[in-house]
Write a protein that binds this ligand. Structure first.
Ligand code: ATP
Length: 457
């Protein structure tokens, strides 16, 4: 059975994965801080994405562009005029909602409202008597568009000229650097640019823990290809992304594709799909994959007056590449990973909580346990110092060995290493596996390689 959202929030706080932001001041709506274990898990998620999307592909390059960009970028991309959500207020209880999400929830996802006009959304809500989720009445205001870009001011004055935006997505940093990367890396189409970084959206209805936040992190790839070859690459990335989620151990039954219907596609996209995950609160978008044609490069070419076309060195043809964009939220993947892995098991009449996370993602790869502190601590610290040069290692010398195993299980540490007399006399340690609770004996000399092999992905 999947953990409830309420229990997951408690779990994350108790073990130092995620805390409420600014907690001692009463918090700040939907801001969260990643604690010691959360930082490690999040970092591992990003490392593995980088490995699979950049390191193992010779035609994909990295970028780390600035969060603050020339405001013209956001005019060109369309964010200033149309990066908005359809906002509707309940006249009775004064709560605020997203019209498309009301429809999506009411129809259990059969209709998403994506790509609908405001008129169509309003009519659907009226005709189907969709109730306000708070008070149950159907008495809504007309829809107003609410822009999601956060504004701030650059320099000392707060006048209009100095207005800048916090980026609403990382993707635009890639488009404006397309030529820089092509030139500096001598990149040939098809090639991709990958970026991990923070994005900001003034969401109207944030919620569901870290699922919808105002400050979040994205891992985006823009893969540039020849027009005409785009659908092939779109299908390639659909499979590649799903394969990635399977490889990191997310259960297949909790994942599905939600292809956007033709009439729901944004005007420049020829195909879009979401990979959805079955979160504790229900199915929700984890990863958006879109064929964005040449929309982004062509709009930046127009607004910047720079030639962003690609010159094919073989055919001498000049053209604007098409782009496939798999866009993934780090925090949404974090939420999927942790809710997927959390397990409660019964054994020998006892209950154990265990985080069955892929070893490559686990915050700590191993935990060092000196059986008797006074006798085994020195050797245990030697082993800690040896292993911690390679990966994150925990050290626990308090309480019974059984209790210490439980503590390692609940935070997902795959290997618990006990140091006892056999270690002092024969250089052997006992390694206990988190998932099976099976124990093996290993020589200290082989320990490091053994773990390194198991945490590969
Ligand atoms: P939604 O429909 O849920 O608002 P979206 O379609 O606007 O999402 P995209 O613009 O496609 O999302 O962003 C790409 C990815 O970034 C999403 O698939 C998601 O993983 C992540 N993401 C988007 N908005 C948020 C948010 N407010 N909080 C956390 N992650 C987000």
């Amino acid at each position: 059975m999947q953990i409830s959202m309420e229990d997951l929030v408690k779990f994350c706080k108790q073990y130092g994965f995620i805390f409420q932001g600014s907690e001692i001041y009463g918090g700040l709506a939907n801001s969260f801080d990643y604690g010691p274990l959360g930082c490690e898990l999040k970092e591992n998620i990003k490392k593995i994405w980088h490995k699979k999307f950049v390191q193992e592909n010779k035609n994909i390059y990295s970028l780390d562009s600035a969060i603050l960009m020339n405001p013209k970028v956001w005019v060109a991309s369309g964010h200033v005029t149309s990066f908005s959500d359809p906002l509707i207020d309940c006249k009775d209880c004064k709560t605020r909602h997203r019209a498309d999400k009301l429809i999506e929830e009411f129809t259990s996802g059969l209709e998403t409202g994506d790509g609908w006009s405001n008129e169509k959304l309003e009519t659907f809500i009226k005709e189907n008597h969709i109730p306000c989720p708070k008070c149950g009445k159907n008495n809504f205001t007309a829809i107003r568009e609410f822009n999601l870009l956060f504004e701030t001011n650059m320099g000392v004055t707060a006048d209009k000229k100095s207005k800048v935006y916090l980026r609403g997505e990382t993707a635009q940093g890639i488009f404006v650097n397309f030529k820089n990367i092509e030139r500096s890396s001598r990149a040939k189409i098809p090639f991709g640019v990958a970026q991990i970084g923070k994005a900001f959206r003034n969401e109207i209805t944030p919620g569901n823990f870290i699922f919808r936040m105002r400050e979040f992190e994205q891992m985006e790839l823009e893969f540039f290809c020849k027009p005409g070859e785009d659908i092939e690459w779109f299908n390639y990335y659909k499979n590649f992304c799903m394969g990635f989620l399977n490889d990191i151990g997310i259960k297949k039954e909790n994942l599905r594709f939600a292809d956007h219907k033709k009439e729901e596609l944004v005007f420049y996209s020829t195909a879009t799909t979401d990979i959805e995950y079955k979160y504790p609160m229900g199915w929700g978008e984890l990863w958006g994959i879109a064929d964005r044609t040449d929309y982004d490069l062509s709009t930046h070419m127009k607004h910047s007056n720079q030639d962003l076309r690609y010159l094919d060195p073989e055919t001498n043809e000049k053209y604007l590449p098409y782009v496939i964009e798999p866009s993934l939220g780090v925090d949404r993947l974090f939420l999927a990973v942790i809710s997927d892995a959390y397990t409660i098991e019964q054994f020998d009449g006892k209950t154990r909580e265990v985080l069955k996370i892929h070893p490559a993602l686990a915050p700590y790869k191993a935990c060092i346990l000196p059986l008797v502190k006074k006798i085994h601590a020195e050797k245990a610290l030697d082993i800690y110092n040896l292993l911690s040069k390679q990966f994150m290692v925990d050290y626990d010398d308090s309480g019974s060995i059984g209790k210490r195993y439980r503590r390692a299980d609940v935070i997902g540490t795959p290997f618990s290493i006990t140091i006892d007399d056999n270690t002092l006399n024969n250089n052997k340690v006992t390694v206990r596996m988190r998932d099976t609770m099976e124990q093996i004996t290993l020589d200290i000399d082989t320990l490091q390689d053994y773990i390194l092999k198991k945490i590969q992905i």
